[in-house]
Design a binder for this molecule. Sequence first.
Ligand SMILES: [Zn+2]
Length: 667
Amino acid sequence: MKINNAIYIVLLIHLFQYDILARQYPKYDQQDFENELDNIRKRFETFDLDNNEIDPNDRVDVDRWNQLNDNDIKNMPPINDYSNEKTARRWLQWFSRISQRYYQVDTVLEWNYETNITEENEQAISKQSLISSPFDRLSLPMAKRFNEHMKYSRDEDLKVSFGRLSKNLISPNDEDVKQTSKLSSDLSRVYSTTKVCELNNDEICYNLSPYLERLMQVEKDYDRLLWGWQGWHDGCGNNIRPLYLPYIDLLDKSTKENGYKDLTEYWISDYEMGNDTVFESIIDQILQDIMPLYEQIHGFVRGRLCEIYPNRFDCNGPIPAHILGNMWAQQWHERLDDFMPYPETPLANITRILEEKKYTIKHMYRISENFFTSINLYSMTSKFWSLSMFTKPPDRDVDCQPSASDMGYHNDYRVKICTIADEDYLYTIHHEMGHVEYYMSYAKQPFLYRDGANSGFHEAIGDTIGMYAISPTHLIKLDFIDEETITRHYEMNFLMRMALQKVVFLPYAYVMDKYRFALFRHQINHDEELNAKWWEFRIRYGGIMPPVERNNRVNFDPGAKYHISTNTPYARYFIAHILQFQFYRAMCRLQGQTKRLHMCDIYGNKYVGERFKEMLAMGNSKPWSKVLKTLTGDTKLESQAVLDFFQPLHQWLKMENLARGYPVGWM
Ligand SMILES: [Zn+2]
């Protein structure tokens, strides 16, 4: 009883505080906002890439950097005693200086390759990995020896830094380094250059981005979609398979040589969320919390699809993966029109509005930047504007997977997005710019702390802002819709749209790493079940099945996904999709809004922005739970934030599925 009272009092104080704070700080003013928007347009009109001055000599010079490092490596401070903190600190400084330069070089070479896929650029990466690996081999055993003592140090910085450094991997022989680098580039090339040709004409072929991705979003014809799906999964996945398997074998070897059980253990250690068992039980629990909501969404969507495609699949079983508006069936909002709770009050079509308002791609970047600056976050730098890749170049092969890069050198932050003027890309721009805002916020931290509190944080920042940016409330401010448009039905449609993007993503993201954890633990037989296991998981955890019979010996459907072919961990996106609702809810509360969270917009609220910025500025200098607490008061991942947001939709779906006689569940 006492405890309960205490909690109520704390809650009351909190609510009261939010209220006061919300009153103290003006939110936003429509006039200001319109002026701002006018400014964007003007700025954009006068904005000229060629005039955007940057000094061409102000850049990383690969040869010189390597030379400087050679000299520095020779001048390592002497170590007489690994338990001496002064020695440890001096060594750390030496180490940081060198690894920062290597980082800068690696990032440039990677950027060059991804934005111009050529033999030459591939070799440059491979060559560099051989240049820098002796330093890793020299420094890692030392870091580990220091860590043996520093893990007991009272100096938090020494403790954290050496703890992290000693987790790194090195490869003991150059042959493995070369092989790994070669396979990694090959994988990336196959993924970026695979084309799918027309059935009766192999002269007419299409890239994934933008053509096939777009096809999967807008096409409705069952068989044409099947052509796109199968073409991509066969064309890409089958060719990834013979490269991917030796690649992960090499990585497996290297992680074992470095004292890890397997690659899974290594990946999980990055999150600083406990050992494998603890980590996986946290993620499992969150998925379980979300499942009742997901099953309702799944039931509704399947019911609708059964009406649209009668007799094509079992209306009580899993949904075929190709009719959900996305190549990987990872998000389904592109087919919102077919799954809308109230089709007579459709949502604003942002893609069409962008077109009507003659907004170009560069406008879209300014709209996004403007949201961040309105809450006192940073403007993009001149290097961002002149060195980023905003559209797909017509003259060369590039990696079109949207990304953001911290080049780690003199305000050099970039994005790489093959942008199209549509709603999806408007969201992507917010996502990638969120990474850049994070880079800029923690730029003042020492090199070793310039990173997300964990990798889930990094993926959540831009998404959080993106959610406000497409909220009905914000669209009114943007003059995309009228205030009268917003009704209860409209709001329900909006919640459905968000659920199709955010909730259905969770089982997908879960399976991405569930599958790889099993693969890395050698629990999947490569000949017998490499592909079948993938689908077993996707059916079990998401109710999604392959649309055609698959062949276990040839196909490798997981490899048709970027993050598998590039070996990028994915649990970070799962975590990010929970965290962003925690950030979102916390900032709404700071603004005084605790109900109808989907109608919250923090645009222009500099006070709330400052709090956000404070959290971002910490980088990973503190354990992530402490970082999370500064903004949200939470110390762990909370599925409740997602459930709070979607509560009205969840209620509606339960009633509606019942009323329509749509079955729920698939097993
Ligand atoms: Zn990202």
